[in-house]
Design a protein around this ligand. Structure first.
Ligand SMILES: [Zn+2]
Ligand SMILES: [Zn+2]
Length: 218
């Protein structure tokens, strides 16, 4: 969180330990976003835009870990994947196990972005989750074929358009029943929805997701 040097064996300092806020309380049955109304089943966004995935889960409120996730992606902090995966394992393991997943599929980066960054943060996270949940990772099922603009710079409708046709499924002969897509952040869900839609069009059925963080707005 603060980027200070840590004592050996620690992943977060004592000052920062309370910064990441877990999503708590009533949650959307689809995307797991916090619900303001205890009587709603879905968040306003999932009510409005039908999602292709069955269900997903996220660990933290995005605004509480925004800087950390930005460093994870853009400032060369790939090791943060260990901390995030530990948290997911500690707090969300029952839900993740209930998905009965055969495979973890990280959201791929476009090849030019991958080259620039040197790693795919979602793949690092998937690899860490794989060790903890004993579910294999498949990085050859989905590829990113379209260079999308950064979602956070776009409005809701632009985001939906931006991701259409962003992915391509590579038929590798493996038939998965239950897939968990892995990504760092769920904001509008447009990226995960499009990735899921691509897999479903390719004949796969049950797509779930897990992310480190989720936005609270709609
Ligand atoms: Zn700190
Ligand atoms: Zn929702």
């Amino acid at each position: 969180m603060c980027d200070e040097i840590l004592d050996k064996g620690k992943l977060i300092c004592d000052k920062c330990i309370r910064i990441p806020r877990r999503v708590t309380g009533e949650r959307c049955f689809k995307c797991s976003k916090h619900l303001d109304s205890p009587y709603a089943e879905y968040c306003p966004d999932c009510e409005k835009h039908k999602k292709s995935f069955l269900r997903g889960i996220a660990l933290y409120e995005y605004d509480s870990v925004k800087d950390s996730i930005n460093s994870f992606k853009n400032n060369g902090r790939p090791e943060y994947a260990v901390f995030y995966a530990d948290g997911i394992d500690r707090y969300l393991s029952d839900i993740i196990k209930s998905f009965h997943a055969d495979v973890l599929v990280p959201i791929p980066l476009h090849p030019t972005k991958f080259k620039k960054r040197g790693y795919n943060q979602s793949e690092l996270l998937a690899n860490e989750l794989s060790k903890r949940f004993d579910i294999p990772v498949d990085t050859h099922l989905l590829e990113r074929t379209k260079k999308t603009k950064e979602q956070k710079k776009l409005t809701g409708n632009e985001r939906l358009k931006n991701t259409v046709g962003a992915f391509h499924m590579l038929p590798n002969g493996v038939k998965y029943n239950n897939i968990i897509l892995v990504d760092d952040v769920y904001t509008t869900g447009a990226t995960l929805d499009e990735a899921s839609r691509t897999l479903i069009s390719g004949g796969l059925k049950n797509v779930f997701f897990v992310t480190v963080a989720i936005g609270s707005g709609s």
